[in-house]
Design a protein around this ligand. Structure first.
Ligand SMILES: [Zn+2]
Ligand SMILES: [Zn+2]
Length: 344
């Protein structure tokens, strides 16, 4: 089968590798759509290589069951599915408290085992057992379904913050994840403020339902958020960019008793400073969310397949295995909202 195999920094080769076989409890999915995530892009560009090279990346997978190993129930060849990408153990301290994304024994597609930038992908039994292989109803495209994973991560953030009707949510960064957050918050009935440096991205955010857009090069974001919220600040601020300086700068956009979510994964080694008096007297929660639980993922699939959250307008670029490395360029010049590798 064909796969995009990462061998080293900036060394990705489209090559023929052996098609995986299912061990007992596993399934093989014939990949039909595989979303490109910013972490994949960073790795494609040579930052943060996987430890076990060569490796196949890609964790936003939808496709058809190709083969099921012995003992697999309810999944048979030909069925259309979306796949939760983390092999969680289901038994550790965190899994038993429904915090699977913090599993102590986890690995997953594109980190630890081969991912979805290939014609076929092996789904380990942990993912099958946790109910992570989700059926898709007719009428939902594979590219739509491949958006379930990024959507699930944003649903996890909204769940943690208990976002509800009439809340004000401020989203810093109108890149792909910022726009997914926007969709989730709008669906929950919140009023959404989006901040970015690019007008073109803000125009997209406005089209997708943002009530207010702030170009942070022209306007003071914190001041504007406060003005729009009667001087209080937003109920929830989501930093959808992982830049510590940006996080630090926008902390005051959250209201007393509110939640500031560091959603974008920051680089190692850079610290921010926070006034403990502000945390204490303002009862502010500074937190983060990372990935999603299987329940978040199933909810994402449901919201997409029921049409409650439209994701098709987030997909701006389509690639195939041969030309997918061009995605790096599109991200560099910030033209791509979300790219998907399509396979037939
Ligand atoms: Zn992702
Ligand atoms: Zn676990």
């Amino acid at each position: 089968m064909k796969a995009a195999v990462v061998h080293d920094i900036n060394d990705i080769r489209i090559q023929d590798i052996e098609r995986p076989e299912p061990a007992p409890g596993e399934v093989i999915v014939k990949v039909r759509a595989s979303g490109i995530c910013s972490t994949d892009i960073k790795m494609l560009a040579g930052q943060g290589l996987p430890k076990n090279l060569p490796a196949v990346l890609g964790h936003e997978v939808a496709g058809e069951i190709f083969a099921a190993g012995a003992g697999v129930k309810g999944l048979s060849p030909g069925q259309a599915v979306a796949v939760y990408p983390i092999a969680v153990c289901g038994r550790c301290y965190f899994c038993s408290r429904d915090r699977h994304n913090l599993c102590e024994n986890e690995f997953g597609l594109g980190h630890g085992i081969d991912g979805g930038f290939a014609e076929y992908v092996r789904i380990p039994r942990q993912i099958v057992d946790i109910g992570g292989v989700c059926h898709l109803p007719a009428g939902v495209s594979f590219e739509q379904a491949s958006m379930a994973e990024p959507l699930s991560c944003c649903l996890a953030a909204a769940r943690q913050a208990n976002v509800k009707k009439d809340d004000t949510v401020a989203i810093i960064g109108a890149g792909p994840m910022g726009l997914f957050h926007l969709k989730v918050a709008c669906q929950a009935g919140a009023e959404v403020i989006v901040a970015d440096v690019l007008d073109q991205r803000l125009a997209t955010a406005r089209q997708m339902g943002a009530a207010h857009c702030i170009n942070t090069e022209q306007e003071d974001c914190v001041e504007t958020v406060r003005r729009l919220t009667g001087g209080r600040g937003a109920d929830l601020v989501i930093a959808a960019v992982g830049i510590p300086k940006v996080v630090e700068q926008y902390l005051p956009a959250v209201r007393n008793g509110g939640i500031f979510n560091i959603f974008g994964g920051p680089p190692a080694g850079e610290l921010i400073s926070v006034d403990p008096r502000w945390l204490h007297y303002g009862e502010v929660n500074v937190t983060g969310t990372f990935a999603a639980t299987p329940a978040d993922f199933r909810r994402a699939v449901k919201l997409i397949t029921s049409g409650q959250i439209e994701v098709r307008d987030l997909i701006s670029h389509r690639f195939n295995l041969e030309n997918m490395t061009e995605a790096v360029e599109h991200v560099r010049n910030q033209h791509m909202t979300k790219g998907v590798v399509i396979m037939n």
